[in-house]
Structure formats: C-alpha cells, structure tokens
Design a protein around this ligand. Structure first.
Ligand code: FES
Ligand SMILES: [Fe+2]
Length: 412
C-alpha cells in the first residue's frame, strides 16, 4: 500500500454499498488519487465525437479527468490522442478548442509535434553560431506527451492511458452496448448545440445524480407535473456487472388517475402546458421507452429525453468544481419537422432546462450541506443493498453500482 492509499483508507468507510462518507467529496488527496486510479486507470474516457474530426489534420482538445488531451485525425485518418502538455516545460501544446493543422507548435519555445504527438523538432537545438543548443545526445524520440489508446464506437471517440483496459465493447457489456446502439445506431450524427456548464460541486455528485433514478420526478417539478416521468410509469434500471455503467428507462406513463404524488411539491394536477407539442414524441426508436439516461464510468452520459438527445462529459476542476460539457445531437437525415421538434425539446435539458436545471443546483446544495460533515455518512438504501438491475426506478441500485465500481478502482 502506498502512502496515498494509507491516508485515504484510514478514513471511515463502512463495508457494503449503502453508506458513503462525505470526505470523498471534499478531500484534495482523494481527487489526486482519482486522477491516477480512475481516469488514468483501466477505463475508457469519452473524448469527442467522430464528426468533431471529419478530415485528416483535424483536432479537438478535451480532457481525461483533469488531464488536458488533444484528439487528432492523423494523415492516414486514424484517430489519435495525446496529453496536451509540451515535453519541454509543460505548456499546453494546443490552445484552441479545435481546428485543422499539419502539426503543432508550442507557443513557449516552438517545440514542434506531429499529429500523433511525436516530438519532431526543437528550436535552436544546435544553438547559435556554434554556441548553446541541446546536448548532442538529446534524443527527441525519448520525449513527448503521454499517448492514449483510442477507439471509436457509434460515432464517439474514447481513449485510455491504461494498457490494461479491456476491449471497449467487452468492457461495456452486451446490454449497455445495445442501449447505446438503440439511440445512436448506425445513424450519421450532427451537432446541433454545445456549451459548458459550470457545476459548484464535486464531480461524483453529478455522476451520482445522473444515476439516481429516485430523484427525477421529485426534484424536477416539471417532470411529475406534466407526467413526463413518474415513478409510477413503467421502466427500470440496468446496472452493468461491475457497477461501472448504467441505463435507466422510462416507459409511457399510466393512463387515468395517479395519486402517488399527493402531498408532494409536484402534486399539481390542474397544471396544463400552453404548448403541449413541447412534449411530443416522434417515433424514431421504435419502442415504448420515452426516456433513457445512460452512463459510462467514470464520466460520460448519453441522454434521450423523448427526442432531445445529448452527450455529456464530466470534467473535474477541483474538489468542489466541475465542468459539464454538453453536446446536443441530431441526425443528418432528420426531417425539417423532426429537427425543429428536437430544437424545441432541447429546452427541457441543459443548465436552464425545464427538467434538468435543478441538477445544476442540487449538487451545490449537497456540497454546502456537507461542509463540516467529512466523517458523517449518506444513506443509499432505496431498493435494498445490492447493485443489480431492477424493474423499478424507486431504487438507488445504480448509485450503489457507482460506488461498487469506485471502490474497486480506488482500492478502497
Ligand atoms: S514549453 Fe513548450 S517549447 Fe518550451
Ligand atoms: Fe435530475
């Protein structure tokens, strides 16, 4: 055991998955350990979409946890990824969000890299007028940013720093693979919006929130009021074997009276939308799943809320600061009607979305609530103590699945 593990595991954490100590959201050394063991460990991190890099020479900057990364399309079309850190003194190699280049030149002292992240030239390496310069035995091939293994799946690009990460689809498992295919299939994606949302909380509070099927109709008044999702609607939560990934599904709401929300904040039976088309559903998935929220460990989300589709990437910025990168999606073959419908329905999600604005605030409420509670425990007991797939959303099984995976990766 190294010193970091020693320090972390000496803190209180009862056995089992139903209690989570609050120090995991507030300690600096936990965040440092997560970077090493989770984000740089045997997992696949979402990097970008294939359509972000349509041509050879295209690049996009992204993150693996807190590590800045450049994803490129090399001369032969291959997707490549490397750390966005100059081998000389550590400056960012690439400053823009994206673009198209032949090579990269660090602005600080002009060291130059090819599209695969190999160091190709060092400015003034032979000095000036026979003086200065790099030593003759300096070997450029021994210096460069760390490189990622990169793979693509359903139009998305994922990367890992670990030689031990299993093949991507094996790692997801067949059920999660089919739930991703259900939404993205072999269709040609088109980006119809993108932005970054700043969250005032630890990254794990957001990832838990995404996997928390219990809160949706209680926290989000819009959901239950207009019956988009209620726990009394059919559906359930799928949790992968290791707990790493999940997919929740909501089926059509029940017909007729539903008294299960009586006395709750969302018990507003008389409310009606002035424009009900906001909640229309174009049948593009050919099943009765109206909402599917899917997560891939440690920080990727694929969202289908009716016809509002998005991918979200979680980027930790500090123990209590997180960036959430949203990309709204459509397909190249959308009819004009479907595209207009998607754009309207995107008002449901995002930082000011009718059904998701509270998610941007509630993590901050937790972060503030636990300010002095490092050694206290949260309770995660809805639906039992296990992390298996369940035919209900009145459960915290996929939250427990997250902690099962987390403890495995962290060695806690
Ligand atoms: S830090 Fe990049 S060239 Fe010096
Ligand atoms: Fe939510």
């Amino acid at each position: 055991m190294d010193a970091m593990t020693d320090r972390i595991s000496s803190r209180l954490w009862p056995a089992g998955l139903t209690r989570v100590p609050y120090w995991v959201y507030t300690e600096q050394d936990v965040l440092a350990a997560e970077q090493k063991r989770i984000f740089e460990g045997p997992v696949w991190n979402y990097l970008c979409l294939e359509i972000d890099l349509p041509n050879n020479g295209d690049y996009r900057t992204t993150f693996v946890g807190s590590m800045p990364v450049v994803v490129t399309r090399a001369e032969d079309g291959e997707y490549c990824g490397f750390e966005n850190r100059c081998a000389h003194r550590g400056a960012l190699i690439c400053l823009e969000d994206g673009g198209s280049v032949q090579d990269f030149q660090c602005v600080y002292h002009s060291w130059r890299y090819d599209l695969r992240g190999n160091l190709r030239s060092v400015a003034f390496s032979r000095g000036v007028n026979g003086k200065g310069g790099m030593p003759p035995d300096f070997d450029m091939s021994c210096h460069g940013p760390r490189k990622l293994r990169v793979t693509t799946f359903c139009g998305m690009v994922f990367g890992t720093l670990s030689p031990d990460a299993p093949e991507f689809e094996t790692w997801l498992g067949p059920e999660i693979v089919s739930r991703v295919r259900r939404v993205l299939g072999n269709r040609r994606l088109e980006i119809i919006g993108r932005f970054t949302q700043a969250l005032p909380n630890n990254w794990k509070l957001y990832f838990e929130n995404v996997r928390d099927t219990y809160h949706a109709s209680l926290l989000h008044l819009f959901f239950a009021t207009f019956r988009i999702t209620r726990l009394s609607s059919g559906g359930g939560v799928l949790v992968s074997e290791t707990g790493e990934h999940h997919a929740s599904a909501t089926r059509a709401p029940p017909q007729g009276a539903d008294s299960s929300y009586q006395g709750m904040r969302s018990d507003k039976e008389s409310f009606r939308l002035a424009d009900p088309s906001l909640l229309g559903m174009h049948d593009e998935f050919h099943d009765d799943i109206q909402l599917q929220i899917l997560s891939i460990f440690p920080g990727f989300i694929l969202q289908q809320v009716h016809n509002a589709l998005a991918v979200r990437q979680i980027v930790p910025r500090g123990v209590d600061t997180t960036d959430l990168n949203w990309t709204y999606l459509g397909f190249v073959d959308d009819t004009p009607e479907l595209r207009a419908h998607r754009l309207k329905q995107n008002n449901l999600v995002g930082p000011a979305g009718y059904v998701s604005m509270e998610d941007g605030a509630v993590g901050g409420f937790v972060q503030r609530g636990i300010a002095a509670a490092a050694d206290e425990l949260s309770v995660v007991e809805m639906g039992g103590a296990g992390a298996e797939t369940q035919e209900t959303r009145a459960t915290e099984a996929s939250v427990r699945g997250f902690w099962k995976a987390y403890r495995m990766h962290m060695g806690l």
